[in-house]
Design a protein around this ligand. Structure first.
Ligand code: BGC
Length: 835
């Protein structure tokens, strides 16, 4: 019984909802010119039948009489600006209509929990997460929003319909970010946006860019990095790509949503400095560089208040400081104190949410509508506030393809998008280790032994709203086969049925336990020493895949998840010893969504390829990299620590009390990820920014444009491919700032660039710019971003530890880069970690 509703949505969402016949005629946003053209063609554009509103012809122009009152109302007059028409709608709307506009139309399935609401049962696009209400008398159509970060999540088959609606499963967030390639990320965004538009959806609920505060967060796979610059630049590129298709995005989860444990209620205590420098920075970059149509507020409380009810966050910072122009929607049931509370009839603080600037409450529940209406009638929610929120929602609706009556095809170019995901996944793969050039392994004549259940039961992406209903996933087995490798068939015949059986058992377990159960690792097949020895004799190389999965509702655990299970260690041990005894190589492929322990076993194997959860073409992408068709150029966007206990937030995750956390204190302050490891000299297993290649690069000619900083500064560096094969290099610019007024991380990433594919011997000079804000830290006592006077060190490298060249510049006089209003007042006192 528990949370059946979510189970319905996330686990078996794909059955019952037929497409609602669109009875509402959508009003096109017409320029005067278009209106003139339409006046001659009006009967074609607006068929005058019973289901459509009657037409009015005035002075040669034809209009739709949405409210059928026989006269032209302002909002029906397509010659006017959107602004004029929207104002007219708001003026005319009743309180009941406003209340309906300010909440979503529900989520298919939630009636179980909430009673009937709006259009949710009909499900305009089956499998979508929700939408906004239609208002026939204003010609306002219902719009549709759907997940998520790895591609469009909708139901792939529909009742009484022979057509299919599969979408492309792209690589997960960690994989995409590991490309450090903004142009490629924009291409991925375009491909995602194309599917959103062609399947009749208006907004993709993505990208997700919360900071990897702790490696155990169950949703880290959806997020990008422990660093806000990478997170923001990655998200901005993807938003720009998606929105170039004329559909919207919802960057999420705003903000400080860094764990899944008790995610609807957990209260995160965080300093204003850490909030601004780390947890908001990526969102700031994304808003400023890509203006997403929508922002999704998060579930958690921040310093004692739900983020969806924080005016400082949603209005002061997001809109007034950063200039965000779109709408804010809650996460699904955001502001409710737990799912149980919904069933028990509680409510979110709707008035507070509205005042905070949280325009739309999702997915929308009857009690919220009732509360909004009562508050509007009693004046507790002022018309002024409601009108601002309503106006933003209407502005959003006016820009949707649904409003523009876009005739979607239901036929996106899945073949083309499969190529996009295949290439993106390969570029996001990180070569962690490659002793004696174990890779590439291009020999198609010599035998290959493929071990590990995950090689045969490949993981496309994580679970929950971040998963995609794609038609088929290419496993490692299929990928290697298609590339022409000579695979050991005895192993295949043994593993394949075993993997199928274990996949089924895990599926049944999750169906029984409910979607909120943590996905479990599939047990490994036990192989005898003799059998492994036989394989070592008959094949040239062993590929061993280790798999991990996770998703919404749960964080990961240390034993048997972050740490390898005993059986996995034994498997690696045996295979390595036996293959090495015969002079054969062992390559580990990591099919994982987030960080795992690597230090204790990495020395046993020759190469490690971090393939992430690379989407539906994953097996092909791995084959492209291991064969050398593609030279790996991905770099880590997070640290792989030696052991979990080294993580700076380890003692403050997921919070207290340990058996049922209610609060979590971010005592590590700004020292998250490499900011901690580098400053406190804690050696990681693999550092932030690391990634090997089949070639090598030289860095020369580091120059800063001026020895003293004025308004901006350009850093230029020349990269040369000094190896034997073509390859791309990610160049990272770190800054070490003077720390007289406050403590600072030893260095912070401030810019990065990726070279084109450089041929052996080829060079490229990259130019990267630093702005005043890149030099600044947030000083709480001054409520300002300040760049201190003094000497700044520029460190240019191939990773956060592998610094190739350094330079210096100075700031003559302290610069107050930005003064802001004080925000995020602490609700408890705590001491932050200092170096
Ligand atoms: C998730 C969001 C998602 C929403 C709609 C929530 O549970 O946290 O990321 O967009 O559901 O499916």
């Amino acid at each position: 019984m528990k949370f059946k509703i979510l189970q319905l949505y996330y686990f078996q969402p794909l059955s019952k909802f037929s497409i609602m016949k669109k009875t509402i005629i959508k009003t096109a946003r017409l320029s005067l010119l278009t209106a003139l053209v339409l006046s001659n063609l009006s009967w074609n554009i607006f068929p005058n039948d019973e289901t459509n509103p009657p037409l009015l012809t005035i002075k040669g122009f034809t209009f739709q009489d949405f409210n059928r009152n026989g006269k032209l109302d302002i909002w029906e007059d397509t010659r006017l600006s959107d602004n004029q028409r929207i104002d007219a709608i708001i003026k005319e709307m009743t309180n009941a209509e406003k209340a309906e506009l300010l909440i979503g139309t529900g989520m298919p399935g939630i009636e179980v929990l909430t009673g009937p609401i709006g259009d949710s049962k009909k499900g305009l696009v089956p499998g979508a997460a929700g939408g906004t209400a239609a208002f026939e008398r204003f010609g306002i159509p219902a719009t549709v929003v759907a997940d998520g970060p790895a591609g469009l999540r909708i139901q792939p088959t529909r009742d009484n319909d022979t057509k299919t609606y599969y979408a492309t499963a792209f690589p997960v967030g960690t994989a995409l970010a590991s490309t450090w390639n903004k142009a490629l990320l924009e291409e991925v965004g375009k491909a995602m946006g194309n599917e959103v538009k062609e399947y009749g959806v208006d907004v993709l609920l993505a990208p997700a860019l919360n900071i990897h505060r702790n490696p155990l967060n169950g949703r880290n796979f959806e997020y990008y990095s422990e660093d806000p610059l990478i997170s923001g630049k990655t998200a901005a590129a993807i938003v720009n790509g998606i929105q170039s298709q004329g559909v919207g995005t919802s960057i999420k989860h705003f903000a400080v949503n860094n764990e899944e444990t008790n995610r609807l209620t957990i209260n995160a205590h965080v300093s204003e400095r850490a909030i601004r420098e780390l947890y908001l920075k990526g969102f700031e970059i994304t808003v400023k560089e890509s203006q997403p149509w929508t922002v999704m507020s998060s579930y958690n409380k921040l310093n004692g208040e739900y983020t969806s009810a924080r005016k400082d966050l949603l209005t002061e910072v997001l809109r007034n400081e950063w200039g965000f122009k779109g709408i804010v929607m809650t996460d699904w049931f955001g502001g409710f104190p737990g799912f149980e509370s919904i069933r028990d009839g509680s409510n979110s603080e709707v008035v507070k949410q509205m005042i905070a600037g949280n325009d739309l409450l999702m997915p929308g529940i009857p009690v919220q509508k009732k509360a909004l209406l009562e508050a509007l009638n009693s004046g507790k929610l002022s018309q002024e506030v409601a009108n601002i929120n309503a106006k933003r929602i209407l502005e959003y609706i006016f820009r949707t393809p649904t409003f523009a009556k876009y005739k979607y095809s239901d036929k996106p170019n899945l073949t083309k998008n499969a190529e996009v995901t295949r290439n993106a996944a390969a570029e996001g793969m990180v070569l962690l280790k490659n002793t004696n050039n174990a890779l590439p392994f291009a020999d198609k004549q010599k035998g290959v032994s493929v071990f590990g259940v995950t090689s045969y039961a490949w993981i496309t992406g994580g679970t929950g709203s971040g998963s995609v209903n794609n038609k088929h996933t290419v496993s490692l087995l299929e990928g290697l086969n298609a590339a022409g490798y000579k695979l050991d068939n005895e192993l295949v015949d043994l593993y394949k049925p075993y993997a199928d059986k274990e996949v089924l058992a895990e599926k049944e377990r999750r169906e029984e336990k409910g979607v909120m159960a943590l996905p479990e690792r599939l047990p490994e097949l036990k192989l005898t020493d003799d059998f492994i020895a036989k394989k070592a004799a008959s094949s040239e190389i062993a590929f061993v895949t280790l798999g991990r999965n996770s998703g919404e509702f749960n964080d990961r655990v240390v034993d048997n998840d972050f740490n390898l299970a005993t059986e996995e260690l034994e498997m690696l041990d045996k295979i390595s010893k036996t293959f090495h005894a015969k002079g054969k190589k062992v390559v580990v492929i990591l099919n994982i969504g987030g960080v795992i322990e690597t230090a204790s076993w990495k020395d046993k194997v020759d190469a490690i390829l971090l393939a992430w959860q690379p989407g539906q073409e994953g097996g092909h992408s791995v084959a492209d990299v291991v064969s050398g068709k593609i030279n790996p150029s991905g770099k880590l966007t997070m640290t792989f620590p030696v052991k979990y206990a080294d993580t700076p937030s380890a003692k403050n995750f997921p919070g207290i009390p340990a058996d049922n956390p209610k609060e979590v204190t971010y005592e590590e302050g700004v020292y998250v990820g490499y900011r901690y490891y580098n400053t406190f000299n804690v050696k990681p297993s693999y550092e932030f920014g690391f990634g090997s290649s089949y070639t090598s690069f030289d860095y020369t000619d580091l120059k800063v444009s001026s020895p003293t900083f004025k308004d901006k500064l350009t850093v230029s560096v020349t990269v040369k491919n000094t190896g034997k094969v073509s390859g791309k290099e990610v160049v990272q610019v770190y800054l070490s700032a003077p720390a007289k007024s406050i403590d600072k991380p030893k260095e912070e990433l401030k810019a990065f660039g990726k070279t084109k594919e450089l041929k052996p011997g080829e060079t490229q000079t990259l130019q990267l710019t630093l702005s005043p804000k890149d030099l600044a830290s947030f000083l709480e006592n001054k409520s300002a971003w300040i760049a201190e006077a003094g000497t700044y060190k520029v460190l240019v490298g191939a990773s956060s530890e592998d610094i190739k060249k350094t330079a210096e510049f100075s700031v003559a006089k302290e610069i107050t880069v930005e003064k802001v209003k004080k925000a995020f007042e602490a609700d408890v006192k705590f001491t932050e970690l200092k170096p």
